[in-house]
Design a protein around this ligand. Structure first.
Ligand code: SF4
Length: 340
């Protein structure tokens, strides 16, 4: 039987501190979700022990933003499948490289594989390079990795939050708990003992995996190819890189402006209005509006698309704060805009 986390004595600060030492990132913002609707949002508040207590007791889930500048203390591969075979294969491959990796049954239908690094963090670029390499090796290149970015490039961006494990309410359903990869995902009977036994991976091991496999050179080749694709016209799918990024990552503010600009760009590359509706309705779920604001609704999306398709709008919206916050200097328009 799993020793339930909701039995912890909350006076026991050690447990909360142990938890925070493993699952932390930005200190003044965190994420949460509604357990009924699944809706996610961001809370701009200091992360305190009280918030962790609420999470462990099952009152309110806590998710953290792992990227601090360009550093991270964790790397997570998010597998979306009930079958643990792929995440276990990832762990075995990671172990082959001398890495310690741990398996968590996530809150929904899949698994998270966690890698932990020293508490002051190591290069997120390097962590992502190694994790991408392992995912390529196990033929699962599209599996999501957290942190999703190499660095936070501006003050409006926090990256993406990852839900922390051991949310009290879900433990009795055997969700958000750590499971043993060597025993076909059998839950660890004592989750606290397990947390205490976690081993952190050093940056030296990460560096040596990168060197042995020439990952920097390989990544540079890919970057070079992508950089040729960053012009607004004639780029991959014909979309400017800022719009591609917004579509991939979602936004935390100015959802309507972002929606309108995406729709304009989809029209400019020749997509019919009904395709824009499908694309933007799937995009809206990636948005993480701050301060308890709600996610843009399908009706609001429809309205923005209708406007975008009603006239021959041509602007990329480079001046709009939300578009600007995803701008990429390699874009051909960047120099043009900034030389005026
Ligand atoms: S200059 Fe920046 S904001 Fe404008 S289209 Fe290019 S990437 Fe987007």
């Amino acid at each position: 039987m799993i020793k339930m986390i909701d039995k912890i004595k909350l006076s026991n600060k050690e447990k909360i501190r142990l938890f925070l030492s493993l699952f932390h990132g930005l200190k003044t913002v965190y994420g949460t979700y509604c357990t009924k609707s699944g809706k996610h949002w961001q809370i701009k508040e200091k992360v305190t022990e009280r918030i962790i207590e609420n999470h462990l007791m099952g009152r309110q889930p806590y998710g953290f933003y792992p990227l601090v500048g360009s550093k991270t203390t964790v790397g997570i591969a998010d597998f979306d499948d009930l079958d643990p075979l792929l995440p276990i294969t990832f762990i075995k491959r990671a172990e082959h490289y001398g890495l310690f990796a741990y398996l968590e049954k996530s809150k929904s239908k899949g698994y998270h594989v966690w890698l932990f690094f020293p508490e002051n963090g190591i290069s997120a670029t390097n962590v992502r390079l190694v994790m991408k390499h392992i995912l390529d090796e196990i033929d699962s290149p599209n599996t999501e990795i957290f942190p999703k970015q190499d660095s936070i490039s501006n003050i409006n961006s926090y990256g993406n939050f990852i839900n922390a494990p051991l949310f009290g309410k879900l433990i009795s359903d055997k969700k958000t708990i750590f499971v043993n990869a060597d025993q076909w995902s059998k839950p660890y009977s004592n989750q606290w003992e397990f947390l205490k036994s976690i081993k952190r991976n050093s940056d030296k091991v990460i560096d040596s995996i990168i060197d042995i496999n020439n990952l920097r050179e390989k990544n540079q080749e890919i970057e070079n190819k992508i950089s040729k694709d960053t012009t607004p016209i004639g780029s991959r799918y014909g979309l400017p890189v800022c719009i591609q990024k917004i579509l991939c990552e979602g936004v935390v503010f100015d959802q309507r402006v972002a929606c309108f600009r995406i729709a304009v760009n989809l029209r400019l590359v020749g997509l019919p209005e009904e395709f824009a509706v499908v694309i933007l309705n799937s995009w809206r779920l990636k948005n993480r509006p701050s301060e308890n604001k709600r996610i843009i609704t399908p009706d609001e999306i429809k309205e923005q698309i209708r406007w975008a398709y009603s006239k021959d709008y041509r602007g990329y919206g480079c001046h709009e704060p939300i578009i600007k916050s995803f701008c990429n200097k390699k874009c051909r328009l960047y120099n043009f805009n900034n030389s005026k």
